[in-house]
Design a protein. Structure first.
Length: 83
């Protein structure tokens, strides 16, 4: 397995693609970095969307499977085109 000395984010897409939207989940780590980047660039709500998970509700509604709420939110963010 390849291990890098520093963390990296790879961004790719079409050369003719308009300015992309950034979707993040209001968590620590990569989400916080993406949020900070959007704020520094002054991206508004039309280009920066934040979709946190309500962990309290997830734990209450599915005590055995609450941790799946994060990956499920990530999948919805990737698949939904109007976010």
């Amino acid at each position: 397995m390849l291990e890098l000395a520093e963390r990296r984010v790879l961004v790719w897409g079409s050369r003719r693609w308009p300015w992309p939207s950034t979707v993040e989940g209001a968590a620590t780590g990569a989400d916080a970095a993406a949020c900070g980047w959007c704020r520094r660039l002054g991206l508004g709500n039309d280009r920066h969307r934040c979709h946190p998970v309500d962990w309290t509700s997830a734990k209450r509604e599915r005590p055995q499977e609450w941790r799946m709420a994060g990956p499920e939110r990530n999948t919805r963010c990737c698949c939904k085109s109007d976010w």
